[in-house]
Design a protein around this ligand. Structure first.
Ligand code: ZN
Ligand code: ZN
Length: 317
C-alpha cells in the first residue's frame, strides 16, 4: 500500500489500491449503530437504560433515513463549493433552507412507536415526545447544535432528538453527493470535507485498502476522511500526544478505544480501533465512555469531539 500523504496536494482521485481519502456513510449506518448500542448494553449494566434509549433512537434514525428522500438541492452550488474547496453542505448556511424539521417530526413518531414495544420502560421519554417544543424553539436548538454552542437548560431534554434528526438530514445529503470533495487541507484538515463540522472521534479501519488507516468521522454527516495516525486532529501536533484508555475492574481494556490527548493544545478526541473490535461505532462507543471524559477533564484536557446526541452542558460550550 502506498503512502496516502503522497496524494495530499494531488487533486486526482486516489489510484487503484490506495485507501480512499473521503468515504461517505453506508445506508445501514444507523441500524449498525443500534446493534452496537445493544451490544454495549449487555456489557455495561449501569448504563443499560441510557444505552437502550439510544438503541431505539438509532433505530428510528435508520427508519427516517430509509423512508425520506433527500431535499432537492442545486447541484451547481455543490460544484461551485467543491471547486473553491469549501465544504458544500455547511450547516450554518443550509439549516434555514433544508427541511430537517420534517425529519424530526418523522423521527419522533418512529421513536415513539419503537419505544412503545418496551412497555412502560420508557414512559418518561415518551411523554417528552408528545411535547416536542415550538418550531422556533427547535430552530434555536438546531442552530446551537451545529454551531457547537451551549444549549439552554430547559431545552436540553429535546436537544439530542433535534441532534439525531440533523444527523439524518446531513447523512442523507452527504450520501447524495454525486462527486466527493478531496481530503481537507491545511487548517481545515480537522473538519469534515462535506459539511465542515468537527469529528466525533476517529477510527482505525479494517478491510481491503483501508487496513490500519485512520479516519476522522464527522459528528454531523458521518463522512470519514483520512488523517495520518499519531497526529492531533485539533492542532495537528505530532510530538506531545498521550493515549488514555478505559480499563475494567480487572485492569484489562474495557472498550476498544483510547483518547488521543494532546499536550500542545490540551484537546482530546477519542480514537476507536476496529482491529480491537470490528463493530465499534464512534458515536455509540463515545456515549458509552462518558466516564472517560470526566477523567480527561480532571487531567486538564478539553473534549474536542462533537457528538450532537450529547449537545448539552459544558462539553459544547
Ligand atoms: Zn460532515
Ligand atoms: Zn493538539
Amino acid at each position: 500500500m502506498s503512502d496516502i500523504s503522497d496524494t495530499l496536494h494531488d487533486p486526482k482521485p486516489p489510484r487503484h489500491g490506495e485507501p480512499p481519502q473521503v468515504v461517505v456513510a453506508e445506508s445501514r449506518l444507523f441500524a449498525t449503530r443500534a446493534a452496537r448500542f445493544r451490544e454495549l448494553q449487555t456489557r455495561l449494566d449501569e448504563m443499560g437504560l441510557f444505552l437502550g434509549f439510544n438503541d431505539h433512537l438509532a433505530r428510528a434514525q435508520h427508519r427516517v433515513l430509509k423512508e425520506r428522500q433527500a431535499d432537492a438541492f442545486d447541484p451547481q452550488s455543490w460544484d461551485m463549493a467543491l471547486a473553491h474547496e469549501f465544504p458544500p453542505l455547511a450547516p450554518t448556511a443550509l439549516i434555514e433552507t433544508l427541511d430537517w424539521q420534517a425529519d424530526l417530526t418523522m423521527l419522533l413518531d418512529a421513536l415513539d412507536r419503537t419505544l412503545a414495544d418496551e412497555g412502560e420502560t420508557f414512559d418518561a421519554q415518551r411523554a417528552l415526545l408528545a411535547t416536542p417544543g415550538k418550531l422556533s424553539e427547535r430552530r434555536e436548538i438546531a442552530r446551537a447544535i451545529v454551531e457547537q454552542k451551549s444549549i439552554a437548560f430547559d431545552q436540553r431534554a429535546l436537544a439530542p432528538l433535534v441532534g439525531a434528526a440533523l444527523q439524518v438530514t446531513w447523512t442523507r445529503l452527504a450520501r447524495s453527493l454525486k462527486r466527493l470533495p478531496g481530503r481537507p487541507k491545511g487548517a481545515a484538515q480537522g473538519l469534515c470535507p462535506c459539511c465542515g463540522s468537527p469529528p466525533v472521534a476517529s477510527t482505525v479501519q479494517l478491510g481491503r485498502h483501508r487496513s490500519r488507516v485512520r479516519y476522522l468521522v464527522c459528528g454531523l454527516c458521518a463522512t470519514q476522511w483520512y488523517l495520518e495516525r499519531a497526529r492531533c486532529s485539533h492542532c495537528f501536533d505530532t510530538e506531545k500526544l498521550d493515549y488514555i484508555g478505559v480499563e475494567g475492574p480487572d485492569g484489562k481494556r474495557a472498550l476498544p478505544l483510547r483518547a488521543e490527548s494532546c499536550g500542545a493544545c490540551r484537546a482530546s478526541v477519542k480514537l476507536m480501533d476496529r482491529e480491537w473490535e470490528a463493530d465499534t461505532d464512534p458515536f455509540a462507543d463515545d456515549i458509552a465512555t462518558l466516564g472517560l471524559d470526566v477523567l480527561l477533564e480532571e487531567l486538564g484536557y478539553a473534549r474536542a469531539g462533537f457528538n450532537p446526541l450529547l449537545a448539552f452542558g459544558d462539553a459544547q460550550s
